[in-house]
Design a protein. Sequence first.
Length: 240
Amino acid sequence: MRDPEVRAAFQGYPPPLSPRSLQYRFLQSTGLSHKTIQQIERARSAATLLEHGTPIGDTAFELGHFDQAHLTNALKRFIGKTPAHIYWNDEIAKFKSDETNASDTLLLGRVTYQGFAGAWPESKDEGASYFNSVRKYVVSTTLDTAEWNNSVLIKDNIVEEITKLKQQEGQDIVVHGSATLVQTLMQHDLVDRYRLLVYPVVVGKGKRLFNEGTAATLKRLEAQAFSSGVVALVYEPNRT
């Protein structure tokens, strides 16, 4: 923040300026427009409504967004949040913590692996210790090395290598993201359990878990409806 008066206001020491003058100097200092400031405030208002349980469709309508997808994009662009961040609570945290505690191996596609490897090593967030130390297998035909701590690269004979990995002693193997890899696993019946979080948000676009033409018969093992409106579902393939 280049303007010392604006910096002082952010630090809790309001300068001897009128609110209008302070706003003008803030805009000059940051290069933001009045319109951008209004969009940021609208996104913050949307986040507050969602955090208090207002359905996303009602939130979008109340704040004048075209639809849920438009609201989702505004949240990401102006305050760096998605509905998944906003709906996060202790119930979801426990669901994910149970998943982590039951696993000792990660299996990841290249894109997800590189995203994790670029974020977790420097992170101080809860979970960083687990992700940085756990054994990680990355499936990629283009990577030459996997340098993140405790990483193993699988380049060839992918189905055979994962089949052998599943036969080893140990806890669960967890896949995060990795949409292309997941399709391969499903095609070869290598998925033993689906742990899904369904959010009360319809974006209208994006990647699909089950691609067109993919058939699956599943058996429900668990269903939990959380206070935020999110539903946790656990399924396993019905192989009978």
